[in-house]
Write a protein that binds this ligand. Structure first.
Ligand code: ZN
Length: 253
């Protein structure tokens, strides 16, 4: 297996550009590092950039597979560099995004690649066709693919750009995400203390209830209007309680 990918690995390791596999043209290609305005996308923001546009970049395993093999973007535990690598550590694909951020000659704002919100199904055929019409150069293992930055989820709806450790959304969430998590956690804590207060109150009255009716619903029914309103406000801000369809657990008093 290793020998099949050896030329790709050697070319990629020797390049200062982003070298990836393109399923659409079935070969190794060099793509431009994305930028926004005059500034390159920071390495830790690349996975987000791709996911927001419904793009994913394949590793060399894709050469042998009928279905896409997304790379995984991770933080190196050694030096904090952002790496794009084979999700299964099989083919040897490994691009140091932090290095390429500094060294790539090709950059693009990829205006032909809208976000999923702006256009969930962009027509990528003109980009692919333009590459196919280039004169073949057998000496260029990974020719530059203008306007291309991976496959699109509108063509492959079951696939997406992988990131972080297996089972984790990201190894390096952006700072504002950490802030949201902290805030949600503290609000959950406040809500929990409200609930435990209510539970204590419910416990007191439950002695008069038939066996089995001392449920959370009973506790909620016995909250004051102020406490119900407080919980509604808290759940509305964080989505902790309402988003799973349990908002009916808080009847209006
Ligand atoms: Zn692979």
């Amino acid at each position: 297996m290793d020998s099949i990918f050896r030329p790709c690995i050697e070319y990629q390791r020797g390049s200062t550009e982003l070298v990836i596999f393109s399923r659409e043209v079935k070969q190794l290609v060099t793509v431009a590092y994305p930028k926004s305005g005059r500034f390159r996308i920071r390495p830790y923001g690349l996975a987000d950039y791709l996911q927001r546009r419904g793009l994913f970049i394949e590793c060399f395993c894709g050469m042998l597979s009928d279905t896409p093999c997304s790379t995984r973007i991770v933080d190196s535990a050694v030096n904090g560099h952002v790496l794009m690598q084979c999700a299964n550590e099989q083919c040897g694909f490994r691009a140091n995004i932090t290095d390429i951020y500094h060294t790539s000659f090709f950059t693009s704002s990829y205006e032909e690649l809208p976000t999923l919100v702006a256009n969930p199904q962009p027509n990528m055929n003109p980009v692919h066709d333009a590459f196919r019409q280039l004169a073949p150069n057998e000496h260029d293992i990974a020719p530059y693919f203008h306007g291309y930055l991976g496959s699109h989820v509108s063509v492959w709806p079951d696939f997406r750009q992988l990131r972080g450790l297996v089972g984790a959304p990201s190894a390096n969430p952006r700072p504002f995400i950490r802030l949201v998590h902290r805030r949600a956690g503290s609000i959950q804590g406040a809500a929990a203390s409200q609930l435990s207060m209510a539970a204590r109150r419910g416990q007191r009255v439950s002695t008069r209830l038939p066996l089995g009716q001392d449920s959370g619903m009973v506790v909620m029914n016995r909250l004051s209007a102020y406490e119900t309103g407080l919980l509604a406000d808290l759940s509305g801000e964080t989505g902790v309680f309402c988003c799973d369809g349990t908002s009916n657990a808080y009847p209006a008093l």
